[in-house]
Design a protein around this ligand. Structure first.
Ligand code: NAD
Length: 444
């Protein structure tokens, strides 16, 4: 099958590589010439475990090609996937300008029947708008389907190759058949394709992200209560997560959620509700809790040292919004860094892969170190923000020797407070017993 993917970011590149790995001929298109030139030289624009090998193998076989020429990609393609960005507009609603621009280019380039598939996360009714726009521009026959993507950064290849489910929103029989054939190799063990109407498929993606984000904000809210009442959120998490009706996933308290999806998708979903005259009050609370939670780590540092951090060196472990990715969009580490710099601290940071992106934002306003222990040299405190594996079992003895004050803020509750305290540190996690100096919700 010939497939064209428009947009070669996290979703488009993984999807393009994944479909080509099943023997399809895939052309990935992007308007970003640097990205395409890099890919044609074998350089990946993003960090995603396993993606380099998948791309290299299929590019070498000639099944995976990269171009800025959308007409070349669309000509003769039976499936055209839209995987361009849908960033938040000024009012929180999804900015669909990239989607519509790409849809125009597809319409102009169609040479025969194709199914145009939105993999991007788009509000309910976007498929209808794409269809209306394209009908005006082309005489070719086509169908528009929704096929939201559920991959998670950091494990994207695995998620794409072995999806929990494939949601297809379409009414056109030929389009459904075509997508069934496309996904059959990915769902051989059991048929996990769910076909529904296009608008319900569009909403399903927002519903899934909203539920995941709700669990996180719920736990963060409870963690703050734990700090007032002297309870340990980790014990509460285990106790409630063992209930089969609840399940253990996505129940970790932390520094708030970030990334390119949850924050923008929640705002877009709330905006969809507003436009329909309905207020999604739970999601509004989820966003509000997250906004204050992203300040929590910084507040804790300020509460401990006082509001003036001049002369204090703070080490930060982890910059990406979560482990396994170099994505720093809306990352909690950035909020923390802003708070620390605002209070006059010297910030020294490390991350296995996200340093280049953060360096672009902060230049020499913060110092970067490649090594974990080099980062804490002479530091007055260490703040763990992203729980990369390599941060999980440090030598506390070595940390203590390197730091000028033994103070740890564990933003992910990865360390055992008793062990860290026994090693001679002051330890503060998220929701782990009474917070000695910082009260949740207060600005220090
Ligand atoms: P991204 O920003 O990494 O990539 C988007 C790409 O589209 C960019 O390379 C950009 O240059 C390109 N582009 C923009 N306009 C174009 C056009 N007219 N023609 C060709 N290329 C164009 O975005 P992403 O993270 O891959 O997300 C894409 C969509 O998928 C979004 O709607 C997002 O919400 C959704 N999504 C993302 C994830 C994720 O984990 N990143 C997961 C599921 C769904």
């Amino acid at each position: 099958m010939k497939i064209c993917v428009i947009g070669t970011g996290y979703v488009g590149l993984v999807a393009g590589a994944g479909f080509s790995d099943m023997g399809n001929d895939v052309v990935c298109c992007d308007v970003d010439r640097n990205k395409i030139d890099g890919l044609n030289r074998g350089e990946l624009p993003i960090y995603e475990p396993g993606l380099d090998k998948l791309v290299a193998r299929n590019a070498a076989e000639g099944r995976l090609q990269f171009t800025t020429d959308i007409s070349r990609g669309v000509a003769g393609a039976e499936v055209v996937l839209l995987a361009v960005g849908t960033p938040p507009g000024a009012d929180g609603s999804a900015d669909l300008s990239f989607i519509f621009k790409a849809a125009e280019s597809i319409a102009d380039a169609l040479t025969g029947w194709a199914v145009v598939v939105t993999k991007s996360t788009v509000p309910v009714g976007t498929g209808d708008k794409i269809e209306a726009l394209m009908v005006k521009r082309t005489r070719q026959e086509f169908a528009v389907a929704s096929n939201p993507e559920f991959l998670k950064e950091g494990d994207a290849v695995n998620d794409f190759m072995k999806p929990d489910r494939v949601i297809v929103g379409a009414e056109d029989k030929r389009a459904i058949e075509c997508l069934r054939n496309l996904y059959a190799p990915f769902t051989r063990t059991s048929d996990r394709m769910m076909v529904m109407d296009r608008r319900s498929a569009e909403l399903t993606k927002y519903a899934a992200n909203s539920m995941l984000a709700t669990r996180i904000s719920f736990m963060n809210d409870l963690a703050n209560l734990c700090e007032i009442l002297g309870c340990d959120i980790e014990l509460v998490r285990k106790g409630m997560g063992s209930d089969a009706r609840i399940g253990p996933k996505f129940l970790f308290a932390g520094p708030g959620f970030g990334g390119s999806c949850f924050p923008k998708d929640l705002r877009a979903c709330i905006s969809t509700g507003q436009q329909a005259g309905y207020s999604l009050r739970i999601l509004e609370a989820v966003v509000a809790v997250n906004e204050t939670q992203k300040q929590r780590l910084g507040e804790k540092v300020l509460a401990y040292f006082g509001s003036n951090l001049r002369g204090k060196r703070i080490a930060v472990w982890g910059l990406a919004f979560k482990p396994g990715t170099d994505d720093i969009r809306e990352a909690p580490a950035l909020t923390l860094i802003d708070q620390l710099l605002g209070a006059g601290a010297e910030v020294v940071a490390t991350d296995p892969v996200a340093i280049p992106g953060v360096r672009k934002l902060y230049g020499d306003r913060i110092r970067f170190e490649e090594g974990n222990y080099e980062t804490v040299e002479g530091a007055d405190a260490l703040v763990l923000v992203t729980e990369w594996n390599e941060f999980r079992r440090p030598s506390f003895e070595r940390l203590k020797k390197a730091m000028s004050q033994p103070v740890i803020f564990d933003g992910r509750n990865v360390w055992d407070p008793a062990e860290v305290r026994a090693a001679g540190f002051t330890y503060e996690g998220i929701g782990r017993g009474r917070s000695r100096k910082a009260s949740p919700g207060t600005t220090a």
